[in-house]
Design a protein around this ligand. Structure first.
Ligand code: KIV
Length: 277
């Protein structure tokens, strides 16, 4: 990719986001916005709101399938969710998450599973891990599948990491920078940094030409990602790195309470809601 030299390079807002826009946005200092979506109901709303990237994350397992972790999510689950999102949006980059057990064993396995998500409409795939997956990133990239990396707290490894904890402190910082550089060198188009101290996320971001997308990683990453149900206030509790930008849980509950009491007291349906003949 040829990148303009100038640091005051002006980013032209794309009509449709493509992979080369990511590094261009970083170079121009234009923050990249990413949000999760798993279905054709929410994804078009997020597109209309102007998000640059939609992550069909394996958080699908927690948010919509009722699992307490992402471990049980299957490639079939992710195919269905990715296909629903892909049928309903056209402008943002759609990133499909490879679930646990579908990419770690070999680059070929990863390619085969990534191809399944690409076939149903993903524009790129994401998977968790560092330099040990560089050959996988290379094979997918050479085969036409853009890859988004994921470093820091990687939820699929919660059993070996001891739960959701900050990663990259102390000596682990250098390893994270090396992992990020290895992923970039192998062809990754962006790297998600999850639960990383802000100072470390800043250093990792400065070491790369591809953008970092932070979640719980402070303000100096090149973009931010949040799980939609967290940021929209669908839960009473959210982690401290999340801001609730709305309180949809209460609004939705209020609407359904209104509906049930209107049915019970006979005020719904009213005259404007039905025809006699
Ligand atoms: O699955 C997901 O939603 C993710 C984000 C937390 C980055 O991987």
């Amino acid at each position: 990719m040829t990148m303009p030299e100038s640091s005051d390079y002006q980013f032209k807002e794309p009509k449709k986001w493509r992979m080369h826009h990511l590094a261009q946005a970083k170079q121009a200092g234009r923050k990249i916005t990413m949000i999760t979506a798993y279905d054709a109901l929410t994804a078009p709303i997020f597109e209309e709101a102007g998000v640059d990237m939609i992550l069909v994350g394996d958080s699908y397992g927690n948010v919509q399938l009722g699992y307490s972790s992402t471990i049980p999510v299957t490639i079939e689950d992710m195919e269905r969710a990715t296909a629903s999102v892909a049928r309903s949006v056209s402008k943002p980059i759609i990133v499909g998450d490879l679930p646990f057990g579908t990419y770690e064993a070999s680059p070929q396995t990863a390619f085969d599973n990534a191809a399944r998500l690409m076939r149903v409409g993903a524009n790129a795939v994401k998977f968790e891990g560092g330099a040990e997956l560089a050959d996988t990133v290379k094979l997918l990239t050479q085969g036409g599948i853009p890859v988004v990396g994921h470093l820091g707290f990687t939820p699929q490894s919660e059993n070996t990491l001891g739960g959701p904890r900050m990663q990259g402190r102390g000596e682990a910082k250098q390893r994270m920078i090396e992992d990020a550089l290895a992923l970039q060198e192998a062809g990754a188009v962006a790297i998600v940094l999850e639960l990383v101290p802000a100072s470390v996320a800043k250093e990792v971001s400065e070491a790369l030409t591809v953008p970092t997308i932070g979640i719980g990683a402070g303000p100096d990453t090149d973009g931010q990602v949040l799980v939609w149900a967290d940021m929209a206030g669908m839960y009473d509790w959210v982690p401290s790195f999340v801001k609730k930008f709305a309180n949809l849980r209460e609004q939705l509950k209020g609407a359904v309470q209104d509906y049930t009491s209107s049915v019970k007291d006979g005020s719904f349906p009213a005259q404007e809601n039905y025809k006699i003949d």
